[in-house]
Design a binder for this molecule. Structure first.
Ligand code: SAM
Length: 336
């Protein structure tokens, strides 16, 4: 089976393999290929530019016809069904809220047995709640902790899931915002959490500055740790209320990220205040199927008009389904 891969001289193969493992882009479903001179390391996705830059300089992108790996039994084989779970770092989070404890234990045992990368299995006891958007968890099996390090697009995020918000489900969305940011831009991440937007943008695109704000002291504790973990310098981490902090940075932002979907509309005046003329607001909302964008566009337009400004809608999209008939949406609006 043909796959995109990294072609590398054999003597540099091990260091290249380690880089791909570190970025979690080595495809384990096929065997590593070789010929007399080169190793061919299969890729699970297209590498980003900073990931390629970390490989030995002899590495090149190529294609190779790989042999499949022999298949080991999966947790699905052991259980007879495939349980829904989300993997955050080395913690598997069981997603079915109605799971009884016996079934949860069985699933946890199967996951720990078949997936060496999973060290802890947890079950949420509450939905994502409150101003800080956090959940309580019960550890079902494995190491008794809710702190982990999650890797995404070559960045590492340390987070205690019971103290700060994090979801890997927005990874595609984060890479989309990355594609909008140019070198030299200033970004304000109004609801930064532990930093998955801010750190990716600062690390990959080298904007002149990222201002990352969050009100949850625990989120900001991890945000600061993640800034060091990822060796990024061009971020200012601020513990505070986005509404108050916006006054200090008025008129400075080329991009304003508003990832607080249940109540972002309450902060639109501050987002408008932050944007330079021509700057873009990335507004996230949770909206019903019958009114995916219209009311939200109205809120953004109203906030701009209140400040004597106008908007131009650049894009409207559904990010993911959130609940029956409810969607997580994003609107990109230029503020003129
Ligand atoms: N952007 C992060 C991410 O993708 O993981 C976090 C998003 S989470 C949905 C929203 C965050 O907004 C939480 O970390 C919460 O603590 C923070 N927050 C809530 N109200 C806030 C406010 N008034 N000012 C600043 N941050 C706030």
């Amino acid at each position: 089976m043909k796959r995109q891969c990294i072609k590398i001289p054999k003597k540099k193969g091990e260091s290249a393999r380690r880089v791909l493992l570190d970025f979690e882009i080595l495809d384990n479903s096929v065997k590593i290929g070789s010929d007399e001179t080169f190793l061919y390391l299969p890729l699970s996705r297209e590498p980003l530019s900073h990931e390629l830059a970390d490989l030995p300089e002899e590495a090149e992108l190529a294609e190779f016809d790989f042999e499949p790996q022999e298949r080991k039994p999966t947790h699905g084989d052991l259980l007879g069904f495939n349980p829904a779970y989300e993997l955050i770092g080395d913690i598997a989070l069981l997603e079915d809220p109605d799971l009884d404890s016996q079934k949860a234990l069985k699933i946890a045992a199967a996951l720990l047995r078949t997936q060496p990368n999973i060290k802890t299995v947890v079950k949420p006891l509450t939905p994502v709640i409150g101003e800080f958007r956090i959940r309580e968890f019960e550890v079902i099996a494995g190491e008794r902790r809710t702190e982990t390090v999650h890797r995404e697009y070559g960045c590492r995020y340390k987070v205690d899931l019971s103290r700060a918000y994090f979801t890997p489900r927005l990874s595609t969305e984060r890479s989309r915002i990355l594609s909008r940011v140019q070198e030299g831009d200033t970004v304000v991440d109004m609801f930064a959490g532990v930093g998955p937007y801010s750190i990716l943008l600062a690390k990959s695109k080298k904007p002149s500055k990222v201002i990352a704000i969050d009100k949850n002291p625990d989120a900001v504790h991890y945000l600061k740790e993640n800034i060091s973990l990822n060796s990024v310098k061009n971020i200012e981490a601020i513990e505070g209320d986005a509404r108050e902090e916006a006054k200090r940075f008025a008129g400075t932002a080329d991009h304003v990220i508003m990832n607080l979907p249940h109540s972002a509309h309450e902060f639109l005046d501050s987002a408008v205040l932050l944007t330079k003329p021509g700057g873009v607001i990335y507004y996230y909302g949770i909206t019903p199927e019958a009114d995916l964008f219209e009311s939200s566009v109205g809120f953004i337009r109203k906030a701009a008009e209140n400040a004597g400004r106008k908007i131009e809608i650049l894009e409207k999209r559904v990010v993911r389904s959130y609940a029956p008939y409810q969607y997580n949406i994003c609107i990109e609006a230029r503020v003129i």
